[in-house]
Design a protein around this ligand. Sequence first.
Ligand code: SF4
Ligand code: FES
Length: 238
Amino acid sequence: MKVTLKVYRFNPETDKEPHYDTFNVEAEPTDRVLDCLNKIRWQQDTTLSFRMSCAHGICGSDGLTINSQSALACQKLVKDYDYTKKILIEPLRYFDVVKDLIVDFKPFFERIKSINPQETQSIAKDNIEKERNQTIKERSQFDDALKCILCGCCYGACPVMIGEDREFIGPAAILREQRYLFDSRIADAQERMQIMQKPHGVWGCKSYYKCTVVCPKNIKVTEAILKTKKKITQEQTK
Ligand code: SF4
Ligand code: FES
């Protein structure tokens, strides 16, 4: 069968404005959206630019906006959408477009890095050479956060990031901090909580739950953010 994709295009070297190109590709309902994009690039337009690597939901490089919702192109099948109509393929929202479907991830990784205190060591000095055991229960406090593949889909879906506060630190960065704040081995929790309380930090989250809906690893992102807020509040009222 033929599937029609309407694809966002923008080449900063030649285009003043973005536009959309429409492509018809031969595909099965069980083909992935990524397969369709590859067919376009291999068979119809070699200039179409998008990122991909593993094609199996591991590397997080092919986050896109598909029919107006963030998703990994390698995880979404044609049959996940109404393929009797055009499937709309756009870059991830929030980020600046580099070319076609490729966005600039610098602001994302800057935020991920910004959650770490500059002056302290995460592990206490007198504990650095020792084995640091954890119970299963202790480890379970941050297990979910470890599934994050840094795909940025949550940033493209977050109404705060795309509409209310572009400086907001964002779901994935808070999730990463939750991973440390709930790790029983960590020695710099106070510094980390201070970072989270800076302007545009954890309190910027308005619990829209959009990050949780789109997360391709099914991480309970909003819940992790709420846990982080609760921990900070408990610490303040001690
Ligand atoms: Fe992607 Fe989920 Fe991690 Fe956000 S929390 S970067 S959506 S894997
Ligand atoms: Fe690696 Fe989709 S290509 S997650």
